[in-house]
Write a protein that binds this ligand. Structure first.
Ligand SMILES: Cc1ncc(COP(=O)(O)O)c(C=O)c1O
Ligand SMILES: [Zn+2]
Length: 392
């Protein structure tokens, strides 16, 4: 196993505390040798650790992450003209988001390098996940959050698990800069953001699960992009599954952002160099990010997979959230409704089998539902009054 710089191809050994390239400061990628690939196999059990033989560390701390449902959504599929539409519902993970796949791996690395504390900047879900896994591992957790911009459910999780919480007067990107600085100065603090290539290894397992469940890769996989760690990890997963000879083809990767927080989609659409956005804004706070750490990896995934990037508005996000909940019984947070919102606007040509990744549970962000009028009935406790509600 070795680390490779995604931008300049510099190589490093197995160094879990090396977060970025020493030459050009770009993100790194965990790579495996041919021998390691030949030894991979023996996939047993369920969830992330089923794939231990192609993960960078042994299982040390688990809450039962991965193994989430891949739900056929025929009704939505019919509406959208997609013959086989599935939702991979990551809200079914232990802390309610896909971050748990990465965190179970990342926290094992933290233990391995002898860290005393783990830290992350977060729009909410990373902090919720890290706080839980740190508690389980007996490590101190420090989370940096943009003040006032973290959904209530996620904040409650960080509080419940006893994390030290720093609310930053600034946005996620400011918090990110600060926590990277801290982890470079304080070597006993292990950084668990998605810039950490080892953590991303856990997230690639979603691709393995999808391929195993479908017996092949889908035609397209649609997911929200924030920092773009997840799209990078999942694309890497599909490629590794192919290298293992388990699938013959690769899916198109479709990355979607919120209209006013869309630096990657903009670079893609306008075919020009990537530029950060100063003041990203969206109701989908999970993806309210203007300077995505993994933009190079994401743009490569879009390009190599002949995929596409696009945007949706906040209104479209909230409509899609309700639509999915009412049509298929799947309640996801606003950021996770972004793929459905996108498919309601855009046809994917020639895509018969499509997987949407819903990244986090709807209960994470109860306030999001208050943006539209809610009809509830206050009645006297009589059967007549109740009948009126039923018939109304
Ligand atoms: C619910 C949810 N969806 C999507 C994302 C975006 O993932 P990534 O930053 O890996 O692109 C996040 C990140 O915080 C998230 O919490
Ligand atoms: Zn480099």
């Amino acid at each position: 196993m070795f680390l490779r710089c995604f931008a300049c191809d510099a190589r490093y050994g197995d160094e879990p505390t090396l977060y970025t390239c020493r030459t050009c400061t770009s993100p790194l990628e965990v790579n495996y040798t041919d021998t390691e690939f030949r030894r991979a196999g023996n996939f047993e059990g369920q969830g992330v650790w089923r794939y231990q033989s192609i993960l960078p560390v042994k299982r040390l701390v688990t809450l039962g992450e991965g193994g989430t449902g891949l739900h056929p959504c025929d009704r939505v599929g019919r509406d959208l003209g997609i013959p086989k539409l599935f939702v991979k519902n990551e809200g079914e993970n232990p802390t309610g988001s896909f971050k748990d796949r990465g965190m179970t791996v990342g926290i094992a690395l933290a233990r391995k390098v002898g860290a005393k504390a783990v830290a992350c900047a977060s729009t909410g879900n990373t902090s919720a996940s890290m706080a839980a896994y740190a508690a389980r591992a007996g490590l101190t957790a420090l989370v940096l959050l943009p003040a006032g911009k973290v959904a209530l459910g996620k904040l409650s999780q960080a509080i419940a698990h006893g994390a030290k919480i720093a609310q930053i007067d600034g946005n996620f990107d400011d918090a990110m800069r600060l926590v990277v600085e801290l982890s470079l100065e304080e070597r006993s603090v292990y950084l668990l953001n998605s810039i950490n290539a080892y953590r991303l290894e856990g997230q690639k397992t979603l691709a393995f699960e999808v391929c195993e469940a479908l017996g092949d890769a889908p035609d397209a996989l649609v997911l929200p992009m924030g920092n773009a760690g997840n799209i990078s990890a999942i694309w890497k997963g599909f490629n590794e599954w192919k290298r293992l000879g388990r699938i013959k083809r690769l899916p198109r990767m479709i990355g979607v952002q919120a209209e006013k927080a869309a630096p990657i989609a903009r670079a893609w659409r306008e075919r020009r160099a990537f530029r950060t956005i100063e003041d990203p804004e969206t109701i989908a706070t999970a993806i309210r990010i203007g300077a995505p750490v993994s933009h190079q990896k994401a743009l490569a995934a879009l390009e190599e997979s002949r995929g596409e990037a696009g945007t949706v508005t906040d209104r479209e996000i909230l409509d899609a959230q309700r639509y999915l909940a009412r049509t298929e019984g799947l309640f996801v947070e606003p950021a996770s409704a972004v793929p459905i919102a996108y498919l309601r606007k855009h046809r994917l040509k020639g895509a018969r089998t499509v997987v949407c990744v819903t990244t986090g549970h709807g209960l994470k962000d109860p306030d999001a539902l208050r943006t539209a009028p809610v009809k509830m009935h206050r009645i006297k406790p009589t059967l007549a009054a109740l009948r009126k509600v039923l018939e109304g």
